[in-house]
Design a protein around this ligand. Structure first.
Ligand SMILES: Nc1ncnc2c1ncn2[C@@H]1O[C@H](COP(=O)(O)OP(=O)(O)OP(=O)(O)O)[C@@H](O)[C@H]1O
Ligand SMILES: [Mg+2]
Length: 343
């Protein structure tokens, strides 16, 4: 079931100066976020990702279109009802946005105060949340006494305080080093598994998508240009922008300078094999080569990764032997859609 549905949603900001066009930050976006999923929204800077997040949690009104969150059409709610609806969505940020003058415990307690919960309930909930994020021994510390990863764990505890069904994370790991990023992602993964919280992660880091997302939405110039399950989308990207993102993860050939060095060492004809989960193109190619006299197949470069635990990437082979044998072999090999010659 879709927990978040957007139908033809646009957001225009007034023109920055007179005579200029308004800025269409989000342009006719339709999408569904499945309940219980971890959905990543990717796109380059200015694509409209943060604006989309602010529309979903009703921090800003849409210019047109319809947004339904958890059965409520938020594009039709009064300001008072919106305030209630916002309690259903937790939010975490790149810069953590903690209250520096308040302790860790007070930060986590803050949304519970806003929601009018009584003291006993607040205390118990704060304790429970700090235990969950592994920071109960830091409850009296101030944010400045914490590392970035710890700050984000406080941010997550605070976002979960009112037991929202949805957690929106806008570049929540972009200020963290790779190891701390993985820790925070592991925590988000637990939030999803243990509490069934649906998570929407806005990011430009492919490693984030690869590690925890099951669905991906690709944005460009305010539009959603591609969306689907992460493995399907990345193993068979249809849009250039998606291909560019995938190339930061795995690529058929190494970067240009390395490729030139490789070329100098391997002047023969090159075949690139796309490796997909459960696919046999690579085995087929190696068997075919073994059956040919006077033909040699050498693996010279590989970029294989995993997405959602499934293998995906490329292998680069040099084919050597007498010219006609090589030509015939390559002509047959490229019949396989996952094999192509690299110039
Ligand atoms: N409050 C605003 N007023 C005017 N223009 C805005 C406002 N917020 C965003 N924009 C414009 O809308 C477009 C999309 O911005 P947005 O912040 O949503 O992009 P983003 O994908 O989150 O980028 P980044 O990766 O840099 O965070 C940009 O052209 C931006 O300048
Ligand atoms: Mg942004």
């Amino acid at each position: 079931m879709a927990l978040i549905t957007l139908n033809g949603v646009s957001k225009a900001y007034p023109a920055p100066k007179r005579g200029a066009e308004p800025i269409l930050a989000v342009d006719d976006v339709s999408l569904e976020v499945e309940e219980g999923s971890i959905t990543a929204v990717i796109g380059y800077s200015g694509a409209g990702k943060s604006t989309l997040a602010r529309l979903i949690n009703a921090l800003e009104p849409a210019t047109s279109g319809r947004i339904v969150v958890d059965g409520r059409e938020i594009t039709a709610l009064s300001e008072r009802d919106l305030r209630r609806a916002r309690l259903d969505i937790g939010m975490i940020f790149q810069q953590f946005n903690l209250l520096e003058s308040k302790t860790v415990a007070k930060n986590v307690e803050f949304p519970l105060r806003v929601a009018g919960r009584d003291r006993g309930e607040r205390r118990a909930r704060v304790q429970e949340l700090l235990d969950f994020v592994g920071l109960s021994d830091r409850s009296r510390n101030y944010p400045e006494q914490l590392s970035g990863g710890q700050k984000q764990r406080v941010g997550i505890a605070r976002a979960l305080a009112t037991s929202p069904r949805i957690l929106l994370a806008d570049e929540a790991t972009s200020a963290l080093d790779p190891e701390t990023t993985q820790e925070v992602l592991a925590l988000l993964s637990r939030v999803n598994r243990e509490f069934g919280v649906t998570i929407v992660i806005i990011t430009h880091e492919m490693d984030v998508v690869r590690s925890i997302a099951d669905h991906v939405v690709v944005m460009e110039h305010g539009r959603v240009v591609e969306q689907g399950e992460v493995y399907d989308t990345f193993s068979n990207p249809k849009q250039n922008v998606t291909r560019r993102f995938v190339r930061t993860l795995v690529s058929p050939t190494p970067p240009e300078t390395e490729m030139q060095e490789l070329r100098a060492l391997h002047p023969g004809r090159l075949l690139s094999v796309r490796v997909l989960d459960g696919d046999t193109a690579q085995k087929g190619l190696e068997h075919a080569a073994a059956d040919r006299d006077g033909l040699d197949l050498e693996l010279i470069y590989g970029g294989v990764s995993t997405i959602q635990g499934r293998g995906f990437g490329y292998l680069l082979y040099e084919v050597t032997g007498s010219t006609p044998v090589v030509a015939e072999f390559i002509a047959a090999a490229v019949d396989d859609a996952n094999i192509e010659e690299v110039a």
